[in-house]
Structures are given as C-alpha cells and as structure tokens.
Ligand binder design. Structure first.
Ligand code: 3PY
Ligand code: MG
Length: 256
C-alpha cells in the first residue's frame, strides 16, 4: 500500500478537498486527479462501482499520488475487505447508526490486533511480488495508511455520536446532508432549521474530538461555509461545478 497523502494532510491538521466519482471510468478519474483534488471518493453506494472497477480506479490514484477512497454500498465486513484488497486507500461507510456498527466497520478495515480483516497476498499487498515483502510490514502499513470515514446521516446516528467518537481508529466523521435532511422530513432543504440544528449538534461533538469533520458540499459557497465551520474533509460534486460552466459557455456562444 502506498502512502496516503490525504490522511497525512489531515493528520497534520490540514483540509482535504475531494469529489464524488460516480463513473466507473479511469479516464474521468485521471482528469480529476490532474485537476488537483486531494482525494476522489468512488461511490459504490449510489453508482455502479464494484471491486473490479475500484481496482482500476485505485491504479489511477496511485499513478498521480491522489488518495482513492471507496464508499461501500453497505457496512458489511466482506464488502469492506474485498474493496480494501483492491489497494484503495480509504473506506467510507454509509448509514452508521450506532457505536457497535462503527466498531464493526473499523474491525473490517483493520488487520489484527486492531481488527479482523483477513490477510492475503492481494493487490493491496502488491500480490506479494514487490520485494522485499513481509506480511508484518504490509499489515503495519495498511493499518496505518487506510483512511476510515464514518457517515452520520440519521438522527439515531447523532444520538450515538458521543459514543462513536470514542473509537480511536476513526479518522473522519462525515455528515451526509442529503440523507439527514430526508430523515428529518426536509429532503434537500439544508437550510431548514431542523437540519441546521442537526449539523450544529454533530459539529459541536466532532470539534471537541481528534476526528476530522467531513461533509458533502456541492457548491463553492457551501464549501467555504463548511470550511468556516471547521470541516476538513470536504467532498464536492464535480458535475455541480462543471454544469454551470458548460451551460454558461453554451448560452454565451449561442447568443453571440
Ligand atoms: C448524503 O448526503 O446523504 C451522503 O451520503 C453524501 O454522500
Ligand atoms: Mg447518504
């Protein structure tokens, strides 16, 4: 496993900017890496990105030194293990609702003694072919470099957050504003007082901990606002930035 540049930046107190990637396409990922993102989050929850695609997307990230994160479809140990075996450098777990679920996610991401991840000469271990290779060194590297991102996106999860935050191996507590707003009865209305109150509750708990606050922010304004609120793992949506630029270009040229 290669050094995780986004994790190093977060550990040094910095902020990392990434984007959702919903396309299982290495060319798109390559362009996004060249544009300067710190991380790409390949979405297996809401997009057709499985382990096979993840493996090739991980290769693109390795070529450019950008951190590749995979969001697994669900908090299942075998899914997390297979995804990490591709060599991807971080796992984002959706819909974590209790400390027990958060602990299970972390256990699946880490080798013993920190967790229960199964050991093999997978791609993450360079198939055991890049010498010198030893399992203890591979285990130590993976346990240290893998970025763990736990999503908080329901009121139940917020209630459990004071306990979740005590789990040492969690790197990022990530707010999923879309699902959170849905659960609160205001889908997509991030400015609704109930949603804002939920954001504040999470932020207050995370800012007292050693975890980085993570969030989805689609626009430049939202990203700046979250940066001011202390978020340090900010995931954008590249299509949301591309859309207005292309629409404006088409309009200008057609009206010229
Ligand atoms: C949400 O907003 O619900 C998310 O999961 C963000 O990716
Ligand atoms: Mg969500």
């Amino acid at each position: 496993m290669y050094p995780n540049s986004a994790k190093a930046k977060l550990q040094a107190g910095g902020t990392v900017l990434g984007t959702y990637v919903r396309h299982p396409d290495t060319g798109i990922a390559e362009i996004l890496c060249y544009l300067g993102y710190d991380f790409l989050m390949f979405d297996g929850e809401h997009a057709p990105i499985g382990e096979r695609e993840c493996e090739n997307l991980a290769r693109v990230c390795e070529l450019t030194g950008v951190t590749g994160i995979a969001r697994v479809p669900s908090n299942l140990p075998w899914m997390i293990a297979r995804t990490l075996d591709t060599g991807i450098q971080g796992i984002q777990v959706p819909m974590v609702n209790s400390a027990a679920e958060a602990r299970a996610a972390i256990q699946a991401m880490k080798y013993a003694p920190m967790g229960t991840r199964g050991l093999a000469g997978s791609r993450a271990a360079n198939y055991g072919q890049l010498l010198p290779f030893t399992y203890p060194e591979h285990i130590a590297k993976c346990n240290a470099e893998t970025l763990s991102v736990i999503q908080i996106e329901t009121p139940t999860a917020i209630d459990a957050l004071p306990e979740i935050i005590e789990i040492p191996e969690i790197d990022v507590i990530f707010i999923g504003p879309t699902d959170l707003s849905l659960c609160l009865g205001h889908p997509g209305d991030f400015q609704h007082p109930d949603v804002q109150d939920a954001f504040r509750r999470i932020t207050r708990i995370v800012e007292k901990s050693d975890k980085a606050l993570g969030v989805l922010a689609a626009t430049t304004e939202a990203t700046l606002e979250w940066k001011d609120r202390g978020a340090r793992y900010i995931m954008g949506v590249f299509e949301a930035l591309m859309g207005p630029a292309i629409r404006s270009y088409l309009k200008s040229v057609r009206e010229h």
